[in-house]
Write a protein that binds this ligand. Structure first.
Ligand code: SD4
Length: 290
């Protein structure tokens, strides 16, 4: 058995990892694999923290953040984009077809439409009802592990041993209008260095952003830490800075060039899905707050 090729994703997303694995088995790149793997969750209307069906901001708008990085260290992202089901694919187009790395809001949406992406109402009946219920109290309180099964950060190593990653989310439910989280921001929600490895994040994006978590993990691996040690150190960094860590979740996953993986959360309930050696497995993550 060998660690490579490999797919690993945040949360319990066996259909996404299976899609990515299938793409890799066809001999395609890790970049194609993460794009198509992430698209599975984006299209899943049940998942309430990504793509269609995502919970809206406090004004009822579903706004999406996504980014992608390839083996050359190129990066593309869309932030706070509405009405497009596959932000991960728009992010890839930003990377490949524009002189920029991030497009925001209406600019991102218009760019997508110009490429033939269809405008869709992303607020499902279920999510609309949840929002209307929320409005009765209007209390903003991110719930630990609520994103289970939905928001997705994915890392893949293809048959050539090359690494790519993607991350896509509708962000935190009932956020302020215009809020951008970590998921689409390079170094925070995702970072790839094909010489070293990659990392991606889930959970309370503000905490990931303040510690530039994914970049930190890749740099720690560069200095010789295992993916597991690096994820634990990045969580420790958050714990040290934020005395209220009991109130929020963050989970990190990482891979290195050898295909060794690591993952760690603040609280119980975080899990990862790995696809390797032909086996698709959901694994509960170890965590800090015991
Ligand atoms: C954010 N990190 O927007 C995202 C949310 C998330 O699983 O990961 N949910 O802060």
């Amino acid at each position: 058995t060998s660690n490579i090729p490999l797919v690993i994703a945040t949360w319990n997303v066996p259909e996404s990892t299976a899609k990515a694995w299938e793409v890799i088995q066809e001999g395609k790149s890790a970049l194609d694999a993460v794009e198509q793997g992430c698209m599975v969750e984006e299209a899943n209307a049940e998942g309430q923290s990504v793509g269609i069906g995502g919970l809206p901001d406090r004004d009822g708008r579903v706004t999406l953040d996504a980014c992608i990085m390839n083996k050359e260290g190129n990066y593309g992202a869309v932030v706070c984009m509405q009405h497009i089901i596959h932000p991960i694919s728009v992010a890839r187009k930003v990377m490949e077809d524009t002189p920029h790395v991030i497009l925001a809001g209406t600019g991102a949406e218009e760019f997508a439409v110009s490429l033939g992406f269809k405008r869709t109402d992303l607020l499902t009946e279920t999510s609309k009802k949840a929002w209307e219920e929320w409005k009765k109290t209007s209390e903003y309180k991110p719930i630990i592990n609520i994103e289970n099964h939905d928001t997705i950060g994915m890392l893949a190593i293809d048959k050539n041993g090359d690494i790519s990653g993607g991350c896509t989310t509708s962000g935190l439910a009932y956020k302020m209008a215009g809020r951008v989280g970590d998921s689409a921001i390079i170094g925070s929600g995702l970072f790839i260095d094909n010489e070293v490895g990659g990392a991606t994040a889930t959970g309370l994006g503000e905490e990931v952003l303040k510690t530039v978590g994914s970049f930190l993990i890749v740099e720690l691996m560069r200095q010789g830490k295992t993916p597991q040690q690096a994820c634990e150190e990045a969580i420790a960094r958050i714990i040290k800075k934020s005395p209220n860590y009991k109130d929020f979740q963050v989970g990190y996953i990482a891979v290195n060039k050898k295909g060794e993986t690591g993952f760690y959360g603040i609280h119980e309930g975080f899990s990862v899905t790995t696809y390797k050696n032909g086996k698709n497995t959901n694994i509960p993550s170890d965590f800090y707050n015991k």
